[in-house]
Structures are given as C-alpha cells and as structure tokens.
Ligand binder design. Structure first.
Ligand SMILES: CC(C)(COP(=O)(O)OP(=O)(O)OC[C@H]1O[C@@H](n2cnc3c(N)ncnc32)[C@H](O)[C@@H]1OP(=O)(O)O)[C@@H](O)C(=O)NCCC(=O)NCCSC(=O)C[C@H](O)C(=O)O
Ligand SMILES: [Mg+2]
Length: 292
C-alpha cells in the first residue's frame, strides 16, 4: 500500500516539548532535526533527546526521520551512530551533492551494522545537488544506498545561489522541476521544502497548492499550524476520487475492453487516465486508513 507523505513536520531535537507534542499531531511524518534548528552547543543534548524519543516509539503510524548534520560537520558521525542504534524509519541527510556523499553514508551505516529498515533521504539544497539530481536519484537501484527520497531545500538553495525566496517561487521553479523529474525517472518520492512565513495562512495555502500542482508528493513543515492546510492540499478531494472510480469503471465495461480512448461525460479519457485514477484512489484509501 502507498504510504501517504503529505505532511512531514520538522522539529528541533533540542525542543523537548515539541518532541512530546508530536506524538499527537495529525501529520504523516516527523523530522527530528539535529541540523540547522539546533545550535552547536545544543547538538549533544538534542542527539540524546532524539535518541530517547525514537527509542520510546510513541509516534504511532507517523513516519519518523532524523535529520543528521551535514557530512562536512563534526557531528554527523555521532548523529548517524545514534540513529543506527535507535532505528528511526530513516535518516535525512542535508546538503548531499554527489554520489560520493551517498556512498559515504552507506559505508558508515554498513560499518555500524545498521538495520536495513533505516532508509536514507537526502536534501537537494546545493547547486551541485540540483545539477546531479538524476545521478543521485539513479542510486536508488543500488540497494546498499538505502535511498528513499528527496527533500528540496529552498533556504539553502537561496543562500548559495542568491535566488530570492519570493511568493510564487518563479526563479526556483526550473530547479524544482528538474529535481522532480529526476525523482520520477527513478521512482523516488520527492517532498517540498518548508515555508517560513508561519503567520501567512493564505501564502502557505498557495504554496501547498503550487507544490501539489508541480508534482511533489508532499511538503515539509515547520509549525503545527501548517498541518491541516497541507494535508488538505495533498489529499485527493472526494470529487476527484469519485471521478477516478468512474474512469476505472468505464474501462472495465466489456464494450470498452479493446479501446485505448473513450468518451466520458463529454471528455476524452485514455488508459493513462485510468492509471492516474488508480493512484488517486490508492492515496485516498491510504489516507483513510491512517485516519487523518
Ligand atoms: C518557528 C518556531 C521557532 C516557532 O516556535 P514558537 O515561537 O514556540 O511557536 P508557537 O508559540 O506558535 O508554538 C505553539 C505551540 O506549538 C509548538 N510547536 C511549535 N513549532 C513546533 C514544531 N515544529 N513541532 C512541534 N511542536 C511545535 C510549541 O512548542 C507550542 O506548543 P505549546 O507549548 O503546547 O503551546 C518553531 O515552530 C520551530 O522551531 N519550528 C521548526 C524549526 C525547524 O525545525 N527548522 C529546521 C527545518 S527547516 C530547514 O532547515 C530549511 C531547509 O533545510 C532548507 O534549506 O530550506
Ligand atoms: Mg537546508
């Protein structure tokens, strides 16, 4: 069954209250952060806190990822060792730019004898990472890499390139689309980065709708107030589900058995639309099963 990843909420590993609160939040996943939201002097305490929280296993069906520090930092080896021990669903590695980076992560996990259930997610948030996105995505075919998906990182992209983060993201769309295409070619999940203006309800709703329409599978969040709108944007609405069922039923009729294209309610529908319809239904069913 498809695992819905409409909403994954980042929270600083140093914030005990947030780690506790997350057990009840209606998100599809959590990203317990050791990187940018944790000050250097708080890294060790945050690592311990995340280790205890993950080991306690109170997050139900929510997918739990631990974002470790970047490979050029002094902390990533301790971070990954903690993750190997407490077994979250995955680690999220920031600023991955090359296949060599992915190999370094795989080698370290292997040296630690880490359970193969721990998947590797990478943030595409450097210019080199974007340029190498297809090569990186292709590594999913090497099971040793454990690669599960991409998370786009607009803040770091903006920092490195000078591209400004503006409503509508016009200047960033080419690189977003490049990453989504790379992910799709190799069957990876791809999640949008966070939206920082937590006070802007309308701006956030627009960005969620845009992320969905660009083809992202879901979006990462930074505040509980963003969950509901994000889930709503990435949940197929009942009318789309009803239409999807209608398309599938139409192609199952004996008179349409040999046809590639049919007319349904005044529109042309092809078998590729039946494939899309099946995915819509699978996501809707999975969301219903999760009960959110
Ligand atoms: C942005 C925040 C620092 C705001 O925190 P705060 O001022 O405390 O917010 P509120 O008073 O509105 O909080 C209300 C209650 O909600 C809880 N809360 C807040 N945020 C979270 C959260 N993320 N997860 C769980 N719970 C949260 C508060 O504890 C309050 O609870 P209560 O006490 O019961 O009232 C803060 O939201 C925050 O730290 N957000 C996450 C920041 C983060 O993780 N950043 C890193 C990821 S984004 C990134 O790195 C960029 C990316 O890499 C890129 O390059 O683009
Ligand atoms: Mg970043």
């Amino acid at each position: 069954m498809i695992r819905p990843r409409r909403s994954l909420l980042f929270m600083p590993g140093s914030n005990a209250r947030a780690l506790e609160k997350a057990r009840l939040l209606p998100v599809d996943g959590l990203i317990l952060d050791l990187e940018d939201s944790v000050a250097p002097e708080a890294k060790a305490q945050a690592r311990d806190q995340i280790g205890q929280a993950v080991a306690a296993k109170g997050y139900g069906r929510r997918e739990v990822l631990v974002r470790i520090n970047a490979l050029d930092s002094p902390w990533w080896l301790d971070d990954i060792a903690m993750a190997a021990k407490v077994k979250p669903d995955g680690i999220l590695v920031p600023k991955v730019s090359s296949v060599q980076d992915l190999s370094a992560i795989a080698d370290r996990l292997s040296d630690l004898n880490a359970d193969m259930s721990i998947r590797v997610w990478i943030m595409i948030e450097t210019s080199r990472g974007v340029l190498h996105a297809e090569e990186l995505a292709a590594q999913v075919h090497d099971s040793e890499t454990r690669l599960a998906g991409f998370v786009f990182g607009p803040n770091d992209i903006s920092r490195e390139t000078g591209i400004r983060m503006l409503p509508g993201r016009t200047a960033m769309i080419p690189m977003i689309t490049h990453c989504i295409l790379a992910a799709r070619v190799h069957g990876l999940t791809v999640l949008d980065g966070p939206y920082s203006d937590i006070a802007s309800v309308d701006g956030f709703a627009l960005e969620c709708a845009q992320a969905r329409d660009l083809g992202f599978d879901g979006k990462t969040l930074i505040h509980p107030g963003q969950i509901e709108a994000c889930n709503a944007a990435f949940t197929p609405p009942p009318e789309d589900v009803a239409q999807a069922r209608k398309i599938i039923a139409a192609f199952e009729r004996p008179e349409n058995a040999g046809r590639g294209a049919i007319q349904l309610d005044g529109r042309m529908v092809e078998r590729l639309h039946a494939e899309i319809a099946k995915k819509t239904i699978a996501i809707a069913d999975a969301v219903e099963t999760m009960g959110r």
